[in-house]
Design a protein around this ligand. Structure first.
Ligand SMILES: [Zn+2]
Length: 231
């Protein structure tokens, strides 16, 4: 099983599904990120490009993920890129990784780069319908990114709905926090939504919704039902 996490920016892969991705990688699955904008421009604290790549590498190493596929599309300006270019970049990443399962942004996120990424990923997800050599997709999941996804208040359409839950436990939550701390300028002081306290609070809330201790939650617009999962 090959997992591809399609996100706009370095750090989104950790915020959205860092603990789940680490869990899947530890189980022997191939888990890689496709990060559309590997540019440092317009990032908080304006890291040098080599610093951003070093941050990305340390976070990847902590989570145990495979090598990321990093694009050079403009940060906070993905709406200036032709939709087709984004789709083709994601399709190429899907072919390179043999992706069976995709994780991406929710399409009603407040951050417009996240919206563009989600739309392009949804278009790319149908690649198996156009290419007989591409295996059928098993699932497409939307993620929630603290400080962005919860700030639409429904204004951009449907809000994120937590409906699929992955139990992560203390160790994986700590890995997620450690990986986030690799990215300079991302974690802030409480009560900012991207503080350690709120990352933990969200995991607690999502866990409680599912009757477990700590969880990351996803919305599944597409999932191939497998009766074997219940046997
Ligand atoms: Zn982002």
């Amino acid at each position: 099983m090959n997992i591809l996490i399609v996100v706009a920016h370095p750090d989104d892969e950790v915020l959205g599904c860092g603990a789940t991705a680490s869990l899947l990688a530890a189980q022997g699955l191939s888990v890689r990120s496709c990060i559309l904008s590997g540019q440092a421009a317009a990032r908080r604290e304006r890291p040098e490009l080599d610093e951003l790549y070093a941050d990305m590498e340390r976070a990847r190493s902590i989570l145990g993920l495979g090598e990321p596929i990093v694009g050079n599309f403009p940060n906070i300006k993905l709406n200036t890129v032709a939709h087709l270019e984004l789709v083709q970049f994601i399709e190429a990443a899907m072919l390179e990784t043999g992706a069976d399962v995709l994780f991406t942004h929710h399409p009603s996120d407040l951050n417009d780069d996240h919206v563009q990424t989600s739309r392009a990923c949804q278009a790319a997800a149908r690649l198996f319908q156009r290419r007989p050599d591409v295996p059928a997709l098993k699932a497409l999941y939307f993620m929630e990114i603290l400080s962005c996804t919860e700030w639409t208040f429904g204004a951009g359409g449907d809000q994120f709905r937590a409906e699929t839950f992955c139990e992560i436990g203390e160790e994986l939550l700590q890995k997620k926090l450690d990986a986030l701390a690799c990215y300079r300028g991302i974690l802030r002081e409480y009560p900012h939504p991207r503080s350690k306290e709120v990352v933990r609070s969200l995991a607690t809330l999502r866990g409680s919704q599912a009757g477990i201790q700590l969880a990351e939650a996803f919305q599944a617009p597409f999932r191939l039902f497998n009766p074997g999962d219940f046997c």
